[in-house]
Design a protein around this ligand. Structure first.
Ligand SMILES: NC(=O)c1ccc[n+]([C@@H]2O[C@H](COP(=O)([O-])OP(=O)(O)OC[C@H]3O[C@@H](n4cnc5c(N)ncnc54)[C@H](OP(=O)(O)O)[C@@H]3O)[C@@H](O)[C@H]2O)c1
Length: 217
């Protein structure tokens, strides 16, 4: 059972008040040092995963940029397979392996398009992507460790389903505020503290005005 899914590390940079993006989706919270931390992590995992809304807001490449290391396989949660061919992920998918995880909500036309762009498609789940099933399939594909880089809804789905092994968070010296800003964990949240996971603090790293907290489950 232990090896039936990859080891999952959740990583993010958040404001002092626990937000990972503003209400309009601006998420440039990290200092250069923190971006280096993320890159080192990326260079040491087999795959990296984000949700569709992060794709839309950030148009990320999800590559290793500041250290030498192999680019991990990129995985996007996108139930309907609606990723745009103009996105940087699609434009680079012939050189960096990229998986679009979709659900039964996808139509045949989108499946054909995704494959035409050069993306691998994994279908699991009726409405949203079924993460337990997805992780099982990824492990079978020799993905032993997975870095989850948000956003908030994705983070929530992973923690709610008990699929997180480590959390590495940088607290940045920004205050964002606002009920519509994106929190580290979105979704409905736990109703009782007794139901929420209790983590163990493994390490603290202090940078100039930031702290990185490393927790394990
Ligand atoms: N500061 C940081 O470290 C950091 C890191 C990453 C992202 N961000 C920010 O976070 C924001 C986006 O976060 P978000 O919470 O709005 O969205 P998100 O987590 O990026 O994407 C959520 C979307 O993924 C799709 N999805 C499919 N299956 C899912 C599942 N099982 N669980 C969760 N999502 C699933 C859904 O769209 P479909 O139903 O259409 O498939 C869902 O709406 C952006 O502004 C981005 O900049 C910040």
């Amino acid at each position: 059972m232990v090896n039936s899914r990859p080891h999952v590390i959740l990583s993010a940079a958040m404001s002092l008040d626990g937000k990972i993006a503003t209400r309009i989706g601006d998420s440039k919270l990290s200092s250069r040092k923190d971006l280096l931390r993320v890159d080192k992590l990326r260079a040491n995992v087999d795959a990296i995963l984000v949700g569709k809304r992060t794709m839309i807001h950030d148009d990320p490449l999800l590559t290793v940029k500041y250290v030498t290391g192999k680019n991990p396989t990129r995985i996007i949660l996108d139930s309907k397979g609606s990723i745009k061919p103009t996105s940087r992920i699609v434009k680079t998918c012939k050189i960096i392996p990229t998986i679009i995880a979709v659900s039964e909500k996808i139509n045949q036309k989108n499946i054909v398009n995704l494959k035409k762009y050069g993306l691998e498609v994994i279908k699991c789940g009726k409405d949203k992507v079924d993460l337990k099933e997805l992780l099982y399939i990824l492990r079978k594909k020799k993905i032993k460790n997975l870095l989850v880089e948000g956003g908030g809804l994705t983070n929530w789905s992973f923690i709610k389903n008990g699929l997180v092994d480590e959390i590495i968070i940088t607290i940045t010296p920004h205050v964002i505020g606002g009920t519509r800003a994106v929190s580290l964990f979105q979704g409905e949240g736990f109703d009782k503290i007794s139901k929420s996971p209790v983590l163990k603090l493994k390490k603290i790293y202090k940078m100039k005005n930031e702290i990185t907290l490393h927790y394990t489950i």
